[in-house]
Design a protein around this ligand. Structure first.
Ligand SMILES: CC(C)(COP(=O)(O)OP(=O)(O)OC[C@H]1O[C@@H](n2cnc3c(N)ncnc32)[C@H](O)[C@@H]1OP(=O)(O)O)[C@@H](O)C(=O)NCCC(=O)NCCS
Length: 145
């Protein structure tokens, strides 16, 4: 499964150096991800970790080109936020760029606010977004007998 995520990350982000999951994720607490499978193949993934108490950092995600526009990224995000809420995170942070406009729009639609930007030499302008998480959604209990 991890190999499938690394292979898909290489296709989705060809400009990045090959994803070394263990090196990156070993430095952080609570690293986990969600994977979408189609006939046993990794069609999409979303990875993140706890970067400070109460805050989950949504680091990297992508969907294979042949599986796009089917709601996979939307569902991966929904599941990520649901789990974060369940395990007690108060907020989720993510970074994106103007070039990744689809992801920027998806994030805004999902309830993220733009809270700032960073601009470092070589890495360019990053848009910083955060979503506050409410309490876990509970199944409604009917008062009828
Ligand atoms: C961004 C990305 C994850 C979206 O994946 P996806 O599974 O196709 O997204 P969804 O199907 O959930 O799309 C949800 C909505 O986003 C919008 N959207 C998605 N792709 C779009 C596109 N290429 N152009 C315009 N709008 C788009 C649409 O409103 C879409 O809903 P609709 O299909 O009902 O119109 C995928 O395109 C991708 O992997 N891109 C390259 C990597 C990347 O940018 N990753 C994010 C940074 S870490």
């Amino acid at each position: 499964m991890a190999d499938g995520v690394v292979a898909l990350a290489g296709r989705v982000f060809p400009q990045r150096s090959p994803l070394d999951l263990s090196a990156r994720l070993a430095h952080f607490r609570d690293p986990w991800g969600i994977v979408a499978l189609e006939d046993g193949q990794v069609a999409g993934f979303k990875l993140g970790y706890c970067d400070r108490p109460g805050r989950f950092y949504s680091w990297l995600g992508g969907v294979a080109p042949e599986f796009r526009r089917r709601g996979i990224a939307t569902e991966l995000m929904r599941l990520q936020h649901e789990r974060c809420r369940e395990v007690g995170y108060q907020r989720i942070r993510t970074h994106t760029t103007n070039a990744r406009r689809t992801m920027l729009l998806l994030n805004i639609r999902a309830g993220f606010d733009i809270i700032g930007t960073t601009n470092s030499p070589g890495r360019g302008l990053k848009i910083v977004l955060e979503r506050q998480l409410g309490p876990p959604e509970r199944a409604s209990v009917s008062s009828e007998p």
